[in-house]
Design a protein around this ligand. Sequence first.
Ligand SMILES: *Cc1c(COP(=O)(O)O)cnc(C)c1O
Length: 227
Amino acid sequence: MSTPVAVNLMQVRKQIELAVLAAGRVPGSVSLLAVSKTMPAQAVRDAHAAGQLAFGENYIQEAVDKMAMLADLPLTWHCIGPVQSNKTKLVAEHFAWVHSIDRLKIAQRLSVQRPAHLPPLQVCLQVNVDGGRNKSGVSPHDLLALAKAVAALPQIQLRGLMTIPEPAETEAAARNVHHQAKRLFDNLKEAGLALDTLSMGMTGDLEAAIAEGSTCVRVGTAIFGQR
Ligand SMILES: *Cc1c(COP(=O)(O)O)cnc(C)c1O
């Protein structure tokens, strides 16, 4: 019995692998994060039954409630939404990854609050590449200093960058933003940081993101339907 979520997942995986091949990249080099925000626990179960293990959530309390309902499954949870100071403890205790760090203060709190029996929290810095005004993200100018400071925190492992481009008018414009994110990612690696994750690409722009070097696409709508 294949659920709609299972069918969609198969299509998205195929779309990713075709984009990887078209870009001349190594098969399997782009991972899929299923974004389950606002979706019921059953939708996550359906995705798990179809082989999906990594899930992204934006709203922390909603995510923690969902995790409790799904505690019988071996899932990996990624926080991809804004993290306020009053939510860092929940994030540190419940998530494996956070993609949306843009301030040292939040990273410091997460490091202090990460329980000692858990592996270090895996972190990406959210970078505001296109200067979208009402959006979070560290500016490219401040990125290197933030990356060095976060990488030095004991209970944090800095893995890479995350970006959420503004919807672009053209394919070329979309690729330009992704290209800039990839350059920032490469600059950090050249500066000596050991990074392996470039989290970019969603339902609407995953091909452009993969063409420009994304290693992790975060897909909600194409898997779970409209929110
Ligand atoms: C909602 C969300 C996604 C998924 O977006 P879709 O367009 O539904 O694929 C990815 N990343 C972030 C940060 C999001 O908030």
